[in-house]
Write a protein that binds this ligand. Structure first.
Ligand SMILES: Nc1ncnc2c1ncn2[C@@H]1O[C@H](COP(=O)(O)OP(=O)(O)O)[C@@H](O)[C@H]1O
Ligand SMILES: [Mg+2]
Length: 620
């Protein structure tokens, strides 16, 4: 199957394709596994063979023509019908559990049931006896009746679409969602009929089908089970009848007389009428005719055998009267018994079976109120009817139990699904909470940074005169630990021409920071500076002060009135809560050793009391 999804492909993150079960004219059926809940499902994929195929991806479906209108239309029809199908619940029709669109097509997911198709079953059994036929077909008729009540047609009833589950439940599968729409679009009749089973109207374009079309197909299945042969296809039968030839399917009511009950044979014959209006108008009338239980069915025809329709001849024979009395008593007791079971059942069972139960129970009332004929045959027949009734009750009870079991399983699957959803939800909520927490932290950090950034401009400016220099100093009043900040100075010579001059900054508290050289804290210095050199030089004479000097402009004399600028960028030490800074200005008037300090002549590295201006930067 080159056109099918690859085995192992995971659909919707949920279903792993395990096997291809079938490929009909309008779709592919897969066996797949729900990988979350680990159970098998059957998935039907919409893929009308003569309209579309998979593209190179082997996953996506693309229509053959560029004009995708008719494909889209069909896909829409398929989806609509699948969604309706998904709402149906009946023990005898396959249960659709999900519908979804993907890969430019659509899918519905059905419950998988272990078992085999009737077609497969028939490979081992050529024909079946009446009891076997009814055991399979009565539930199938129930299913078909339910489908019709929902306003649906199956359109492809045949042994390959009747599935016999291992649990003994016959179910209808393979609903022809959009099958007639496909017929209209493709104009390819052969792709949508099933030889022998499709009704005559299915062979004609635009001939609308109704319930009796499914009834024809049901009749054809009965025919197959009785005769071992697939009925001749409808057009051939039509031709024969037009030519006044014998019906190629023969007359089963004669050919199989004695082997099957007359009501069964007549009902099947009627269901297989070429003219739709000659068939049964509804599945329930077909059902009644099959078992001969049609008291209320006023329609004439081969199915008119009523239980209560025995000749109403008076009987003079005392023995026979007694006999009748006994029969009546027996029937009354049995009826009460069955009515009791029926009542209990009706209060629990499915509505479809209730109907058949109550209608099946009616004849016994009829036979009590109308005195039966004197013949023993009548007793026999009544017994048979009662046997039949009992069998049906047992069958209904079995179905009810199976349905209860099915519902239990469904509830369990539903519970697991909810649990999984719950877990998913919890996971999602946790992830969301984490995301939100992260987001909150990010916002807080951003806010802190914003505030910190807002702190930086809180600059202070101090102005003073030092040793003949006017100094304007700008620095931040608060910084964050580890934050880079700058101190800048504007210096104007108010003394007279000097050979060199500048500014010293010293940090008294930083002396005590072991292993921390001043240089490490300075990341950028504008202007001329060599703190290291001075440091070393002074270290010989005194305790080293952490200080920094900008000497600057060595080669050029600094004239009176001239302004110089100096900026230093440094990182706030994280082990201090505030940074003290001492500032002083220095002029070097003539040569290296004639350093002018006005008014003080003391050397600079002593931190205490020499024309020092001190300010503090707070560290947060
Ligand atoms: N619910 C189900 N459980 C088990 N097997 C199924 C189920 N539905 C379909 N199958 C199997 O898959 C085959 C193909 O499915 P079907 O719906 O009849 O599609 P098509 O006839 O279009 O190929 C059936 O003949 C049957 O063997
Ligand atoms: Mg099929």
């Amino acid at each position: 199957m080159t056109n099918a999804l690859p085995i192992g492909h995971i659909l919707q993150n949920e279903y792993k394709i395990e096997r291809i079960l079938g490929a009909g004219g309008f779709g592919i059926t897969y066996l797949a596994r729900d990988i979350n809940l680990n159970y098998l499902v059957v998935i039907k994929e919409f893929l009308p063979q003569d309209m579309a195929a998979r593209d190179q991806s082997r996953i996506n479906v693309t229509p053959f023509t560029k004009d995708t209108k008719s494909y889209d239309h069909l896909l829409k029809r398929f989806s609509e019908e699948a969604q309706l199908l998904a709402k149906m619940r009946h023990p005898n029709i396959v249960k659709v559990i999900r519908f979804f669109k993907a890969n430019n097509t659509a899918y519905f997911v059905m419950e998988y049931a272990e078992g085999e198709t009737l077609k497969e079953y028939l490979q081992r059994h050529k024909t079946l006896n009446e009891e076997e036929i009814l055991a399979i077909m009565m539930p199938i008729l129930e299913g078909a009746k339910y489908v019709h009540e929902q306003g649906f047609l199956h359109r492809d009833i045949a042994p390959d679409n009747i599935y016999l589950t291992k649990k003994g439940m016959p179910i209808l599968i393979d609903f022809g969602a959009a099958r007639d729409a496909i017929a209209e679009e493709s104009k390819n009749i052969s792709s949508i009929v099933k030889e022998g089973y499709s009704s005559p109207e299915q062979y004609t374009i635009n001939n609308k089908q109704n319930a009796s079309s499914d009834i024809y197909a049901l009749g054809a299945v009965f025919y197959r089970l009785i005769t071992g042969k697939v009925p001749t296809n409808a057009p051939q039968r039509q031709t024969a009848l037009l030519n006044d030839e014998a019906d190629p399917i023969g007359d089963i009511s004669k050919e199989y007389e004695g082997k099957y009950s007359p009501q069964l044979l007549h009902a099947v014959k009627k269901a297989l009428n070429i003219r739709a209006t000659d068939r049964f108008p509804s599945v329930s009338s077909f059902q009644k005719a099959l078992t001969g239980a049609s008291i209320v069915d006023s329609r004439p025809g081969p199915t008119s055998r009523h239980i209560g329709s025995a000749p109403e001849k008076e009987n003079s024979d005392i023995d026979k009267k007694n006999n009748n009395g006994l029969i009546a008593a027996f029937i009354v007791v049995l009826f009460l018994l069955l009515a009791g079971i029926g009542y209990v059942y009706m209060n629990q069972g499915t509505p479809q079976t209730q109907v058949s139960q109550s209608s099946a129970a009616t004849p016994t009332v009829e036979s009590v109120t109308v005195p039966a004929d004197t013949k023993n045959e009548e007793l026999e027949r009544t017994k048979r009817e009662l046997e039949e009734l009992k069998r049906k009750q047992a069958e209904a009870e079995k179905q009810r139990q199976l349905e209860i079991e099915r519902q239990k399983q469904q509830a369990e699957a539903e519970r697991l699904r909810k649990e999984r959803e719950e877990i998913e939800k919890l996971k999602e909520e946790k992830a969301r909470a984490q995301r939100e927490e992260l987001e909150r932290l990010r916002r807080e950090k951003a806010e802190r940074e914003r505030q910190a950034a807002a702190n930086i401009p809180r600059e202070k400016v101090i102005s003073f005169s030092e040793n003949g220099i006017d100094i304007h100093l700008t620095y931040p009043s608060v910084v964050r630990a580890g934050q880079k900040f700058t101190i800048s100075a504007k210096m104007t010579n108010k003394y007279g021409t000097a050979k060199q001059g500048g500014l010293t900054l010293s940090f008294p508290d930083m002396i005590s920071i072991p292993g921390r050289s001043l240089q490490n804290s300075f990341s950028r210095i504008d202007g001329y500076s060599y703190p290291q050199k001075i440091w070393n030089k002074q270290a010989r004479r005194a305790r080293p002060a952490t200080y920094f000097m900008v000497e600057g402009w060595q080669s050029k004399p600094w004239r009176y009135g001239q302004t110089k600028y100096f900026t230093v960028e440094l990182t706030a030490p994280s082990n201090l809560t505030e940074l003290k800074v001492n500032v002083r200005g220095v002029l070097w008037i003539r040569n290296k050793h004639d350093l002018r300090e006005i008014p003080s002549s003391s050397y600079i590295y002593d931190q205490q009391g020499f024309a020092v201006k001190q300010f503090t930067i707070k560290i947060k």
